[in-house]
Every structure is written in C-alpha cells, then in structure tokens.
Design a protein around this ligand. Structure first.
Ligand SMILES: [Zn+2]
Length: 350
C-alpha cells in the first residue's frame, strides 16, 4: 500500500510518501480501507521525536484519526458491523485487563496504554488495522473527511469538559489556543452545555472564526493582557473553567484567570511541559488543577451521536492529499490553520 512514513525523527521533511506492506489484521482486529486521516498536534511531537511512543522503531506511520470502509476481519473475529460499512474509530489501544481498564478508565490503562499512530502504525495510509472493538459505524450525515477530523478532538473535548471538568450551564469557560482542532471542539461543546465561552488566540482573523463557531467573547493575547482582559469581560470575577493544552506560560496565565473555586483542565502541553504554577492562587482561591487524557469509546460514541445530528460540527481548515502530509505538518507548525487539516486518500487502485 501507499503510506506516509518516516525513518528518523525530524522536521516535516522526514515524512516520505512510499510503499509499505499492507497491514494484516490478527485475531480481534479489523482492516479498514482509509479514505481520510486527520492530523493531530500529537503527530508533530511523535514525528519530531519530542515524544517517542514508537520507541525508535522505523519506519513508522502516524495517524490516530481515520474514516473509511471496513474491508476485513482477522481470524475468529466479529463485530456487529458489516464488511463494507463506513466506519471511524477510537484511537486508544488499552490492555482491557488492568484495574483501570476494568473500572471503565481505559484511557488510564496502567499496564499497556498505547494508541493508534503512536505505538502502532496509524492511518496516514491506504489501509490501517485496528481492534475490531474500536470501530464505530459512521452516519451517512458525515463525510469521510468530516469524520476523520472528529475523533481525537471531540472525544478529548468530551472527556475533558463533560467527565473531568463537569462544566455546568451558565458557567464561564476560557478556551485557550482557540484555533486548534481541540479548541474548536471545546468551544462548541461548551456552548452545547450552556456555558458562556471566552476564546483566546493570536490573531483577530482566528478570533473571528472562533466567534462564528460559538465563542461569546474573544481575546487576542498578542494585543492585550489575557488575565486583565478576562477579568474585564467577567466584571472582575474570573472564569469558572479554563481549558488548556499549550503548557508553558499559558498554564500559569490561565490559572490566574480562574475565579474562586475554579477549575483548570489540561490535556497537554503542545508548547512546553515546563510550567510555573502560581501556588498562592491555587490555595487562596481553592483552585482545582484537573488532568484529562484521551477519551473512552463511550464518550467518543456520544460525541459522534451529536456530530451525526449536526449539533456539533468538525471544523476543517484544509483537505489535502495524503502525499502532501509534510506540507500539512508545515502549515500546522506555522500556526496558519484554524481547525483540522485532513489528509484525503485518493483510491486510484480501486
Ligand atoms: Zn489496562
């Protein structure tokens, strides 16, 4: 099959469009003909080597988010999905046996937490194999490109906002880095939950887009002081919840934006994991710092139910051919995008 892989860590130029062996589904696995693959910020970290889940095993194929057609099951494998069906999937590969998995927290799997495109070959390819239990049938209301743009960001946003931060109607939520795919999902989900959303980003153009998808107020953090702006927009009160995934200085700024008893929920550190925590804010205001990691399959299915009804919408910046994956990574690194970049797999062989 044709796939985008890399043989060493590095810049976007290490991504090669090349021939790779077709994946062969084993027991419990399914083979999916990929029609579209979504790019995640995580992919860039795994490509650069900042994070090495593939443990230096090359060549490696990125891509945790996919949409396509189910074409085969491995031996002695079945799922209540017909061959030929349109499918997407849950990217988490957990052991299923440890206490965390048994208690409904496979996203915290204590023995073998892995995910598609990170620890295993992913979906920047014509075919991908996944556990059959991870498949999710796809509504005809969603295109392959829309579906491939959705899993990581809407699943992660659901786990973060519904399950972990437990956002309530009428609460005020600050969503940082508003142009990222995750933030475009978070803004919509917060609105769906009845919250008042303040979005922060680096340019007025991105903030105009954030308003289009539901943000009530916006802050250009290159033009104004984010903390002062948040207090000005909330009559000096601060926000109930801050959504953070940039890390670095952003985390401490977001903590300072919280009102008494506020919660900061973090799902990553795309810029840096080194953060200063203003400890006096934490104890004086009894703030909560909440970690959130991935999503469960049930949470992802819930998100897809709302996506299928059009109550949430994937925000797609650009659709590019699979072979242009390097260019897509450059666009994300240059922070030119708003929402998701999706790779479309041209199926010349079929
Ligand atoms: Zn486990």
């Amino acid at each position: 099959m044709r796939a985008v892989m890399y043989r060493e860590y590095g810049g976007p130029e290490v991504l090669e469009y090349a021939e790779m062996p077709d994946p062969v589904p084993g027991r419990g696995e399914a083979l999916v003909e990929v029609h579209a693959a979504g790019i995640n910020g995580f992919d860039l970290m795994a490509r650069s080597g900042r994070y090495k889940p593939n443990k230096n095993v090359f060549p490696h194929i990125l891509g945790g988010d996919f949409a396509g057609r189910l074409v085969a099951f491995g031996p002695d494998t079945a799922a209540p999905i017909a061959i030929g069906a349109r499918v997407t999937g849950w990217w988490v590969l957990s052991c299923g046996f440890c206490r965390q998995c048994r208690d409904g927290h496979p996203n915290r799997c204590a023995t073998e937490y892995r995910y598609l495109g990170a620890h295993e070959h992913g979906a920047y390819a014509e075919y991908v194999k996944v556990p059959a239990a991870n498949l999710i049938p796809l509504s005809d209301n969603l295109s392959f490109e829309e579906a491939a743009a959705a899993p990581s960001v809407f699943g992660t946003a659901w786990h973060m906002l519904v399950t972990r931060a437990q956002v309530k109607p009428a609460e005020t939520v600050l969503v940082n880095a508003a142009s990222s795919g995750l933030s475009t999902a978070a803004i919509q989900l917060c609105k769906r939950m009845g919250a008042f959303v303040i979005a922060a980003s680096s340019t007025d153009a991105k903030l105009a887009r954030a308003k289009e998808i539901g943000a009530d107020e916006v802050i250009n953090y290159n033009a104004v002081d984010t903390v002062k702006a948040v207090y000005a927009l909330t009559n000096g009160r601060g926000v109930d919840v801050a959504v953070e995934h940039s890390g670095g200085d952003f985390l401490s700024k977001c903590l300072k934006c919280l009102t008494q008893g506020g919660r900061l929920v973090t799902v990553g550190g795309t810029l840096s994991y080194d953060c200063r925590v203003p400890l006096h804010y934490i104890f004086h205001k009894e703030l909560k710092l909440i970690g959130s990691n991935s999503a469960t399959k049930s949470e992802l299915e819930a998100a897809f139910a709302l996506l299928a009804r059009g109550e949430l919408r994937p925000v797609i910046d650009t659709i590019m051919p699979l072979e242009d994956a390097a260019e897509a990574h450059r666009r994300i690194e240059a922070a030119q995008h708003f929402g998701k970049i999706v790779l479309r797999v041209e199926r010349a062989r079929h």
